[in-house]
Design a protein around this ligand. Structure first.
Ligand code: NAD
Ligand code: IPM
Ligand code: MN
Length: 369
């Protein structure tokens, strides 16, 4: 049987820096666990624009559709801010999500014990935290029509985006959330703004429908997303699975990042419908961006990207035990006090570089054998 295939799209800024550490981990699995992946690489974002004049070439899109999993680093950066909207680096990422139909974006936020002191929140608020945000990823205001900037008769301009959700778009991502909840704490909290948006009313009704008809055994609650943001920092351990739309999910997951200590810690899996082999179409991407402020300095924390690969092991390759091995290796390294600069508290200390963090994690993998 052919080896499982991975397409690496490292992208811009710190993307290639953190992805270099993932590549070392992939090599480790080949050498030490006899798990060999067919790895290919291509361009996305500004890196693709520089070569092709578009943030994602059609050939790259076609490759992404073929492989078992895509690993994406990050896209964007100040150099590309002047580009026309249609060719901005972020459009490449959005095209991948849309054309692969990756509707369920799983963004787990776990607070490792070693970092409980480091969060900007009190230790007892975050210690032991383990929540899963399920963000709808292919619809909503990110993709709704009409959209654009137009000039009115009086010469003033208007910017338009449309929040748009269909019954089926809501139901399918709700099912993903309920399925996950069954394997976790059995609770889903759905967040929208049904008090001010019709799309929020539909969201609430359809999530409730899926619950009542298909998952009555899972505990379901609904919350307005603004309250949800507050509750997430007040007492995040009240949540198990949070289900929300594309835009609210983007914001709430960055917010959840600080519960874990750093945005450099948060992985994600963007999953679609099952392929012929029964595994979901998938792309794995850290929640963070290209971090232009630290790019090129060897300062980036590679853990979010490495934990995204752990999610690939679990969700695309049916290697849950190996995913746990990698997560434990990360936990061990953090427990040993190894820290990249983003994980340094006011008391200071000497941070390790991106590459040193990757090396320590590989050494911890060695020690796990
Ligand atoms: P960002 O996530 O790139 O950075 C926010 C802050 O977090 C910065 O201070 C950065 O240094 C820090 N940070 C992020 N990742 C880190 C890591 N791994 N280790 C240490 N520190 C880290 O968000 P931004 O600055 O708002 O956006 C920069 C660019 O990235 C923009 O062009 C944006 O569109 C893009 N972006 C891309 C993605 C993606 O590719 N998935 C996600 C978010 C933002
Ligand atoms: C993310 C990012 C993206 C988003 C951007 C870069 C398109 O912020 O993955 O969280 O808004 O979805
Ligand atoms: Mn984001």
């Amino acid at each position: 049987m052919a080896n499982p295939s991975i397409l690496i799209l490292a992208g811009d800024g710190i993307g290639p820096e953190v992805m270099a550490e993932v590549k070392k981990i992939i090599t480790w699995y080949g050498e030490k666990r006899d798990l060999v992946f067919d790895v290919s690489e291509d361009l996305v974002g500004g890196a693709a624009y520089d070569v092709h004049g578009v943030p994602l070439a059609d050939e790259t899109m076609a490759k992404a559709q073929e492989v078992d999993a895509v690993m994406l680093g990050a896209v964007g950066g100040p150099k590309y801010d002047v580009l026309d909207f249609s060719v901005k680096p972020e459009r490449g990422l959005l095209r991948l999500r849309k054309e692969m139909d990756l509707y369920a974006n799983l963004r787990p936020a776990q607070c490792f014990d070693a970092l409980a002191d480091f969060s900007s929140l009190k230790k007892d608020v975050v210690a032991g935290l383990d929540i899963m945000i399920v963000r709808e990823l292919t619809s909503g205001v990110y993709f709704g029509q009409p959209r654009g900037i137009t000039t009115l008769e009086d010469g003033s301009r208007v910017g338009i985006n449309t929040q748009h959700y269909t019954t089926e778009e809501i139901r399918r991502v709700a099912r993903s959330a309920f399925e996950l909840a069954k394997r976790r704490g059995n609770k889903v909290c759905s967040m929208e703004k049904a008090n001010v948006m019709e799309s929020g009313i539909l969201w609430r009704e359809e999530v409730q429908w899926v619950h009542d008809n298909e998952y009555p055994e899972v505990e379901l609650s609904h919350m307005f997303a603004d309250n949800g943001a507050m509750q997430l920092v007040r007492w995040p351990k009240q949540f198990d699975v949070i289900l929300t739309d594309n835009l609210f999910g983007d914001i709430l997951s960055d917010c959840a990042a600080m519960l874990t200590g750093s945005l450099g810690m948060l992985p994600s899996a963007s999953l679609g419908a099952p392929m012929a082999n029964g595994r979901p179409k998938a792309m794995y991407e850290p929640v963070h961006g290209s971090a232009p402020d630290i790019a090129g300095q060897g300062k980036a924390n590679p853990i979010a990207c490495i934990l995204s690969f752990a999610m690939a092991l679990r969700y695309s390759f049916d290697l849950g035990d190996e995913a746990t091995r990698l997560e434990k290796a990360v936990e061990k390294v953090l427990a040993d006090g190894v820290r990249t600069a983003d994980l340094m508290g006011p008391e200071g200390g000497t941070p390790v570089s991106t590459a040193e963090m990757g090396d320590k994690i590989r050494a911890a993998l060695d020690a796990s054998l």
